[in-house]
Design a binder for this molecule. Structure first.
Ligand code: KOT
Length: 833
């Protein structure tokens, strides 16, 4: 089969081919053609969805030239390629982003106007692919954008879930989940590749023998097989000709399979087998940090990893040739441990299918993979029971045992007699039931290991991977996360983008975010400050309007500070600390209605894992506090509380531009990096935050005087925990704190029910694993300082401008360049337009 995944013939360069031309006239003609020839409609009868599809195809057509050309250049030049292996991609809507990256937003808008189309309504029509939970999945999406933009050949491999992250409704204050049917109306951005498909096997047993040359060979006789089919989405870089590939796998029953059963007459059995196969890519597990440990989850992981590695081997054999150079052609980045089974799978394919001896296969494997860790939370560290592995992946279990045997021998030689260390480092956890430690497999099978922010990368070395760090410190790195300024400034905050462009040169800052520095010298300029404020207020107006139409809360964008916390609901992120502050302000206002305070809108957004009771109760608490405050005329001129339902990429894009204050208040040492912190700050919000994750580096960049810091350091947290933390003492030692917690259980927020929020309050008073009570006072004091500064607009605006000016480091382009230079050893392969 030919190598490129799109036709190899590049159409002759005809600048105004109506199917690809970028002029307004071409766009208009192409749009009308697509509406007619693809949707089968003309304007008068077209539905909003038809209008969107025509727009999507018009844009996609303009990406395909570049895609084909990229594939050709990458192929003929044997370009080294990054394969990003991730179980999640939280992409967000494509249309607006692709228009920006093609550089045709403006001309498309004008073309739309002349066709009398409602451009905004068309953008709104797109259903976002929510193929991820939160930070980890969104990071993968930002990295795909940046890989293309910095012109690095890359393939993103993952799963084409039929149902992505659930949609969240709020009913009676509670989260209610609805299934996400994003494919219902078709997906114009993907191209199915039914001919690119691989068998993936499960279960059965292994048979060991020797070949004629006396080499040992293994045959895996599986008892279930599914077929993984490729669906490709082009990922265009900003202002470049490079288009990379996002290849997601859908599970299907192999064509031959049901006939076998059908022929013996078991028609129902055949259909059942089909459903069982399709189940594998049916739905995304909605757990953000803690692991589900479900069999289907392991099946999903192995499914996409096996397809991806088989695809890489196929590509290599078709282009470069001998598998001995596999690791020179490819570097594979493991996005957390979810794809860590890839280490055993590559070993299996090289040895069992391609007859390579162990040492050669191990050399290639270990030089192919690199592993990124995204969390230190013990409950999120993936382990699988040996029994489950044995049942599902018997051959891989053998390989893991052999990796472990050889690895532990090196540990023994290095640390004579230290069997405790051997047990700690083993790939098998023998304490309790025997379990496979996926992080250990990922580390042992990788050339490089990295954390996602400076603090996190340091903590990895002193906590969960300490023994591994001691043994080979040279393999440990830091790559601080970043976010794409295309989506999170240009697409979502066009007014700010336009203002920045006046100072930082058209286009320049969008590809080199360090250019934002040019704003610095104008930070005190009253004229810029006035316009800065106008831009912020306009974004707040947009959000206020949207919120009033969706959920009904009315906020005043002119007078109120917009104080926003938007992220997954989790105790370690401490949304309840924010709530305690709201309750304190409420009580102050009730005691002194004439308290001259800066009015604030407290805005929340975030989904809770469906099985995470405490997180769901926090949502209910926020909505219950909102109900009381928003309906109390004594206070609702000063404070209001809003919970934005269904926080996803699209809704995030409404929030980030409108924030005055960004809440990044996790317990120090718990948030690996955070990326929302960067999105808010890039849009001119000031941060109230702890010294956690990337907050530390954000503060270093923007200057301590432009960041509202509070709370314990990770080191103080560690010490306090070691001493024995007693939240009870804080509760009894601080009258205001006690009164705030008591108000939660008083029934005021629960129509007299004093039990509803008792689990939350009791947990805080008795356990408080994330030390909300210990940081409460520092947080309140910090919030008071914040209100004072907000009262001095010139000062606030200067700080806000400086935040944006100094955010260059947090572009995901910088992160990708770091990976390319320090970890991947890969050069850009520029493709012009
Ligand atoms: C989920 C399950 C297992 C292991 C890790 C996770 C995980 C970690 N999911 N999201 N994260 C977040 O990843 C982001 C990107 O690196 C970080 O910014 C954030 O702090 C993590 O919580």
């Amino acid at each position: 089969a030919p190598e490129t995944e799109a036709p190899t013939e590049v159409p002759a360069a005809t600048p105004e081919h109506t199917r690809t031309g970028m002029s307004k006239a071409s766009l208009k003609q192409a749009y009308i053609d697509n509406l007619f020839y693809i949707q089968g409609r003309f304007r008068e009868v077209a539905t909003p969805h038809d209008l969107y599809m025509a727009a999507a195809f018009t844009v996609r057509d303009r990406m395909l030239d570049r895609w084909v050309k990229s594939a050709q250049v990458y192929k003929t030049s044997h370009a080294r390629t990054v394969c990003y292996l991730s179980a999640e991609y939280l992409l967000g809507p494509h249309l607006a982003n692709n228009l920006v990256n093609l550089g045709i937003s403006e001309v498309a808008r004008r073309a739309g106007e002349e066709l009398d189309l409602d451009f905004e309504a068309i953008l709104e029509e797109e259903e976002e692919p929510g193929l991820g939970n939160g930070g980890l999945g969104r990071l993968a999406a930002c990295y795909m954008d940046s890989l293309a933009t910095v012109q690095i050949p890359a393939i993103g491999y993952g799963i084409r879930y039929e149902f992505g992250i659930f949609d969240q409704d709020i009913q009676n204050g509670w989260q209610v989940e609805r299934s996400d049917t994003w494919l219902r109306n078709g997906n114009p951005w993907e191209i199915p590749r039914p001919k690119i498909s691989f068998p993936v096997r499960y279960g059965g047993h292994t048979e060991h023998s020797r070949d004629q040359a006396g080499r040992s060979r293994v045959r895996w006789v599986a008892d279930m097989v599914v077929s993984g089919v490729a669906f490709d989405t082009p990922v265009l870089g900003y202002g470049v000709g490079n288009v990379n590939l996002l290849r997601l796998w859908k599970a299907e029953a192999p064509e031959s399979f049901d006939f076998q059963v059908f022929n013996v007459g078991d028609y129902y059995g055949a259909v059942h087998a089909k459903i069982e196969a399709e189940t594998i890519s049916k739905v995304l597990y909605p757990n953000d940090e803690p692991e589900a440990g479900k069999e289907l989850r392991l099946k999903q992981q192995y499914f996409f990893v096996s397809c991806s590695i088989q695809d890489m081997i196929r590509l290599h054999l078709n282009t470069v040739g001998p598998l001995e150079t596999f690791h020179e052609k490819f570097v594979a980045q493991l996005n957390d441990t979810h794809p860590a089974i890839a280490v055993a799978e590559l070993m299996r394919l090289l040895m069992d299918d391609h007859a390579m001896p162990w040492d050669a296969a191990w050399d290639i494997t270990r030089n192919t993979f690199c592993y990124t860790n995204h969390t230190l939370l013990p409950e999120a560290l993936e382990t699988w029971s040996v029994a489950l592995f044995e049942r599902l992946l018997p051959r891989h279990l053998e390989i893991i045992y052999e990796i472990n045997r050889r690895f532990l021998d090196t540990v023994r030689v290095r640390y004579l007699g230290d069997e405790a260390r051997v047990a700690r480092m083993s790939l098998i956890d023998e304490t309790g039931g025997r379990r496979i430690r996926m992080a250990h497999l990922a580390v042992v099978g990788s050339r490089a290991v990295n954390g996602v922010a400076a603090l996190h990368s340091e903590l990895i070395k002193t906590t969960i991977l300490k023994d591994f760090y001691e043994m080979s410190p040279e393999r440990f790195h830091n790559v601080t996360n970043g976010v794409t300024p295309r989506r999170f400034i240009v697409v979502s905050n066009p007014r700010l983008a336009e203002l920045i462009t006046e100072f930082c040169g058209h286009d320049r800052w969008i590809r080199d975010l360090d250019c934002l520095r040019d704003l610095e010298e104008h930070a005190e300029d009253p004229a810029l400050q006035a316009r800065w404020r106008e831009v912020k207020t306009a974004a707040k107006q947009d959000l206020a309007l949207w919120l009033s139409q969706h959920g009904g809360v009315v906020l005043d964008p002119q007078t109120m500070m917009f104080d926003i916390q938007a992220k997954r609901m989790h105790e370690y992120k401490r949304q309840h600390l924010n709530v305690l502050h709201i309750i304190r302000v409420y009580q102050r206002l009730k005691q002194n209605p004439n308290l001259g305070m800066v009015p604030r809108a407290f805005i929340f957004g975030g989904k809770a894992a469906p099985g995470y009771y405490m997180a769901k109760l926090m949502i209910k608490l926020i909505n219950s506090v909102a109900e009381v405050i928003n309906n109390d005329p004594q206070v609702n001129g000063f404070i209001r509380v809003a919970f934005m339902a269904d926080f996803n990429v699209k809704n995030g894009q409404r929030l980030y531009p409108a924030a005055d204050l960004s809440e990044q208040i996790s317990l120090a040492g718990k948030e690996a990096s955070g990326t929302g912190n960067m999105k808010f700050s890039m849009n001119g919000a000031l941060t109230v935050g702890t010294l956690d994750g990337a907050n530390i580096e954000i503060r270093d960049e923007v200057g301590a005087e432009n960041f509202f810091l509070f709370g314990m350091t990770a080191e103080e947290v560690r010490r306090k925990q070691a001493e024995g933390y007693r939240p009870w003492d804080y509760y009894h030692g601080d009258d205001e704190l006690r009164s705030d917690i008591d108000l939660v259980t008083s029934g005021l927020f629960s129509h007299g029910d004093t039990n509803l929020f008792r689990p939350l309050a009791d947990h805080l008073i008795n356990q408080d694993p994330f030390m909300v009570l210990a940081d409460y006072r520092a947080y309140l004091n910090c919030q008071d300082r914040i209100s004072e500064v907000y009262d001095r607009p010139a000062e606030w605006d200067r700080m806000s401008i400086l935040n944006v000016a100094r955010m260059g480091k947090f572009s995901s382009d910088r992160s990708i360049r770091d990976y390319a230079e320090r970890i991947w050893g890969i050069e850009p392969k520029p493709i012009g337009i």
